[in-house]
Design a protein around this ligand. Structure first.
Ligand SMILES: [Zn+2]
Length: 272
């Protein structure tokens, strides 16, 4: 199942005993009125349209769509704008737009109230949707300030292509399986997915949000505080020189001298 939002995911109220769904968004400027999509294939079993904001009235969900997905799963999308794009009885496909984020019904800010239920009918017990939803489209913007950000899961779990060990380069080895990749060296960057385990060249480092950020591919960044999930692999030290002295006989003179910024041995033979 995918997230019910097509452009922007921000969780503003979690599922708990007095709120049997998840709220997404809250008066989010450019993302207001964003399309709401079906989380899975299914059939629209009920819906309501044509309502405005009734806060603090009793038409709780305002304009809503309820979809049966089979296997006992039911999803419900509430507070939509007037003008749903589906009708009762219609078969819908996963990702199909069913309406637009609104502020209808018992709501005092534009957001989506989303519920997932499991059981024999649409009044079945609610379950926490976040355990079932995956982000499949990495271009969807996930607000990093969402309180539940760590629970948001990506179907395309891995990005990045590891390289082989190259002792002449600074590299990191990513050991964790759930290290986030971002498109900029900051928690404000978009999450692109998890980084494929393996060794990467370090193209650059910077500091932000209390982390050291590594650019491991062009435009691909990850952060580390302590490095329990990474092994920093520094470039090998310059090769050591083996010096073989010519045969020195009594009276020869050997001097150590500086040539440029390199320490070199100069060998002179002085005739006695
Ligand atoms: Zn809600």
């Amino acid at each position: 199942m995918i997230y019910p939002l097509s452009r922007y995911i921000k969780i503003t109220q979690i599922y708990w005993s007095n709120h049997l769904g998840v709220d997404f968004g809250w008066n989010d400027g450019p993302y207001c009125n964003q399309p709401i999509v079906a989380i899975e294939d299914g059939i629209v079993v009920s819906c309501a349209d044509g309502y405005g904001n009734t806060y603090p009235g009793q038409r709780i969900y305002g304009n809503y769509v309820c979809i049966s997905h089979g296997d006992g799963y039911w999803s419900m999308y509430g507070h939509l704008l007037k003008g749903l794009t589906v009708r009762q009885g219609e078969r819908v496909r996963k990702g199909q737009v069913v309406g637009y984020m609104g502020n209808s019904g018992y709501s005092n800010g534009q957001h989506l109230h989303f519920e997932l239920r499991k059981g024999e009918n649409r009044k079945a017990a609610s379950i926490d949707p976040i355990d079932y939803l995956f982000v499949e489209d990495p271009t969807i913007y996930v607000n990093p300030n969402s309180k539940q950000i760590e629970r948001i899961r990506y179907r395309k779990t891995t990005v990045g292509t590891p390289v082989g060990r190259d002792p002449s380069r600074n590299q990191v080895e990513i050991l964790a399986t759930t290290l986030n990749a971002r498109n900029m060296p900051s928690l404000d960057g978009d999450r692109l997915g998890y980084i494929t385990r393996g060794i990467y060249n370090v193209l650059g480092t910077s500091e932000a949000n209390g982390f050291t950020w590594y650019e491991i591919e062009k435009g691909l960044f990850c952060a580390s505080k302590e490095g329990d999930w990474t092994v920093f692999l520094p470039a090998a030290a310059a090769p050591k020189y083996t010096v073989v002295f010519p045969e020195v006989t009594n009276g020869d003179k050997v001097t150590l001298c500086q040539l440029g910024d390199k320490l070199s041995l100069k060998y002179e033979v002085t005739e006695v």
